[in-house]
Structure formats: C-alpha cells, structure tokens
Design a protein around this ligand. Structure first.
Ligand SMILES: [Zn+2]
Length: 455
C-alpha cells in the first residue's frame, strides 16, 4: 500500500460517522420539489446544506432565484489554481409508492445501507463529493473546489440558469463535475458522456361542449379520442418505435462503432434489464440494439390519453373532448425547439383543430469520452473502485447540465455513484457505504488530477 492510499483509507474510515450523520439529517427533510406543500422543507434543506458546508470548513451561501434557491459554496485556495465546480441536487422525487417498506423520510441505517428517499438521488453522492473535497483541501491540493447544489432538478431545473448569471457571482469554473448518474451494473464503474434531451407535449381536441349519446349522434359526430389515436399512428410506428414525422431524424448523430463497443463493455445484460423494469417482452433483444435505442436514439412515447368514459362497463357516448400526453426523447444534435416546430407543423397539416402545447424542453448533451478530463476521470474511478470504468451514455436528461454547458463552454465530466438496485426514482431507495467510500477515494483522486492540469 502506498502512503497516499493508506492516508486516504484512514481518512475515509474516520469520515464515516460524519457522513452518516449528515446523510441522516438530509434524508429526513422531504425536499420534494414537485410538491408545492413541501416548499418549507426545501428552504430547510437549503439552510441545512449551508450549515453542513460550513461545518466541514467550506464557505457557503444561498443564491436566490425566482423559484427555489441554489446553494453555492466550497473552498477557494488560490487565484491561479484550477477551479472545478461540483454539481449535485438536493431535491427529491415524491415517495407515495405503496411498495415502501418504511417511512420514506425516516432515515434508516442498516448494515452499510442507507435507506430513505433521496439517499442515492442525489443526497448521498453530494455528501460523498463534499467529504472527498475536504480531504483534497486538507492535503493542501492546489485546487479551488466549488459546489453548486440545486433544489429544482426533479422538475427540470426551470430557474437554474438564473443562478449562473454574472450578478449572482457563481463564477465560471475551468471544468464541471456532475455526480448524479447510475452505473449499469454493480462492480463496474460507469462514466456517461451523453444525455438525451426531452420535449413534452400536450395535444387537445374539443369537438363538442359535452359527451353526446352515440346512438342519437354517432356517425355524424366527430370523435376526438379516435382523431387523436389517428394522430399517434401518423407520428409513430407502434411496433418498432420508428418516428414518422418528416425530418425528425435529420439532425441525429448516430453512435460510432467504437461507442457501441464501449456501451457493450458496461456490464449491461438484456435479461437483467428486463427483470429490473418488469418487462414481459421488448422490441429487440439484441444488446447492442437495446443500448443504441435507450442511449443514442430519439423516441416518441405516448404517456396518456384522457377523455371519454373510463368507468366499469361500456358507456356508449361520443366524447366532446380528448387530450393526449406525449413526449420525445432527443439525442445530439437534435434540439427541442426545432423538433417542436416540425411536430407542430406536422400536426397542423394532419388535424388543424388540435391544440399543441409544449410542456418542458431539455436539450440533449454530448460531452467527450476522450481528452485530459475524461482520462483523469477514468484513472480516478479506477483508483476508487479498482476497475476501469465503462464509457456510456444515459437515456435520461439533466436540464442543469446543458444550462451549464451553454453558460460556460467548459468540459463537463460525470462521475455518478448510484447503482441500478438503489431504487432511483423508485420505492425503497437507498445508498451504500461501498459506493460512498469508493466514491470518496475516486473523487479525491480526481481533484488531485485536476490540480496537476494546466488551465
Ligand atoms: Zn438526480
């Protein structure tokens, strides 16, 4: 064992009680950004975050926006030192699923597992990064480490860009580290370098003031539910998922052969994927094709069709109104604005009476899987977890990432610590000491690598 490794090991061991205490306090605040009734808990979370940052010797403050605030803090050790900004979020998903085996906001420590909503997404990783940074600073590492902790990530980061405006003094860093992503398999670290974007749309059609008797009016009356179903069929081939909107794929940058090889090296298994999400069958069972579809291809999904009669039996009415909820996941180089224009025009041609409203737009993100920052992250993950990480993409979206990219144009590196079994956005969420301790080592190693880099 080298001196550095021994020192780091004893730091991590000693930091464990503090980590557990901080995580307990964080998890017990139900910071559900989606629920307006939890606004006071979000405020308390921001205050607690400031307190925890100060307790470990960092500066910290609350930066107000028109929505929920962000917490900014960290250590500035020297003007000439490189600055890394570490992004995490402290808001959480709702926790109303009936499958919870415990009160979701009562933190439970159970043999190295830390149970409760927000433990893995993203409070545990945030505190792991904080303690890793404290180590690097204690060692005199010549680096400035700033934290940006958001409280609106789970609602698409609507006010995050405000916090980055010059007057709020969140300075442009030399690089960004995001720790809010999931590995593909336990024991195999993963570094994603791409995220899909998203475009949510509500389509509504009103053809009558109320539901009408289908015997008396059917045949002459228009049926908005059927018309919206026809529109779905015009947009997507249901059996394959192929989108039929002209020009939809024009800006898609297909993944290279090398990328697909990297994807396959992630430990991904189709059977495990099926089991994890409870699927009975899939559109394809070829692993490369599954990964291409979930990480590097756009989609068109139908989430809900509202209208008509949904009670028991069959009530023979012609509905007067129907609404369709759809979304498209987007990949580089598509943009939600352009796709929305295409989609709106296409719907207007097919059915001019349908009202089309966008509900949330997130840009896709593609970083680099080579270059000095990606190399540093690879070495750091290996230092922390003893294995080379896989280079992957993610099918989901993190709005704040593209906001930071557009504001600063600096490298953005992902070093997530969550595992598929951690119950991300699902009941019985947890985090674990294995990921936290490995994560502390990996992130501390990353900070040391950054300190050596020329800015
Ligand atoms: Zn998250």
């Amino acid at each position: 064992m080298t001196g550095r490794k021994t020192k780091m090991d004893s730091y991590v061991k000693a930091a464990r009680p503090r980590f557990e205490q901080m995580l307990a306090e964080m998890v017990e605040l139900p910071s559900i950004s989606m629920d307006p009734a939890r606004a006071a808990d979000i405020r308390k979370t921001a205050k607690l975050a400031v307190q925890l940052l100060k307790e470990v010797g960092a500066e910290a403050r609350i930066v107000e926006t028109k929505g929920y605030p962000v917490v900014e803090g960290g250590w500035t050790t020297g003007k000439r030192h490189p600055t890394v900004l570490v992004y995490n979020h402290l808001d959480v998903q709702p926790a109303q699923e009936p499958e919870w085996k415990q009160a979701p906001f009562a933190f439970r420590k159970d043999q190295g597992l830390y149970r409760g909503r927000g433990a893995t997404d993203d409070k545990g990783p945030a505190l792991t990064a904080l303690l890793a940074a404290r180590y690097a600073i204690e060692q005199g590492t010549p680096i400035n480490i700033r934290f940006l902790w958001e409280l609106e990530e789970e609602i698409g980061s609507p006010h995050f860009a405000e916090a980055l405006k010059p007057r709020t003094l969140v300075h442009k860093p030399d690089s960004v580290l995001v720790s809010d992503t999931i590995w593909i398999a336990k024991g195999r670290p993963a570094i994603p370098y791409g995220l899909r974007g998203a475009l949510g749309v509500r389509l509504s059609l009103k053809t009558g003031r109320a539901d009408a008797h289908s015997g008396v009016t059917g045949g002459a009356a228009r049926n908005p539910l059927a018309e919206l179903c026809a529109l779905v069929n015009d947009c997507v081939e249901a059996s394959t998922g192929r989108v039929k909107i002209p020009g939809f794929y024009a800006d898609v940058a297909p993944p290279t052969k090398k990328e697909i090889e990297n994807f396959l090296a992630s430990g991904f298994q189709v059977t495990r994927f099926k089991k994890a999400y409870g699927f009975l069958s899939l559109r394809t069972t070829d692993p490369a094709e599954v990964l291409r579809r979930i990480w590097a291809s756009p989609t068109f999904e139908v989430h809900g069709l509202v209208g008509g009669y949904v009670g028991p039996g069959v009530k023979m009415i012609v509905p007067g109104y129907a609404e369709l909820k759809v979304s498209m996941r987007l990949v580089p180089d598509q943009t939600p604005e352009q796709i929305f224009r295409l989609f709106k025009r296409y719907v207007a041609e097919r059915n001019p009476d349908v009202t089309v409203e966008a509900e949330g737009m997130l840009h896709p993100f593609k970083g680099s899987f080579s270059g000095p920052y990606a190399e540093a992250a690879r070495r750091a993950m290996k230092a922390g977890f003893g294995k080379d990480p896989a280079l992957v993409r993610e099918g989901g979206s993190i709005g704040a990432v593209t906001t930071m990219q557009r504001a600063w144009h600096v490298p953005i590196i992902f070093m997530g610590l969550s595992l598929p079994e951690h119950g991300y956005h699902a009941p019985n969420e947890y985090f674990d000491w294995g990921q936290a301790s490995g994560g502390m080592q990996a992130l501390a190693a990353y900070f040391e690598e950054l300190a050596k880099m020329k800015t």
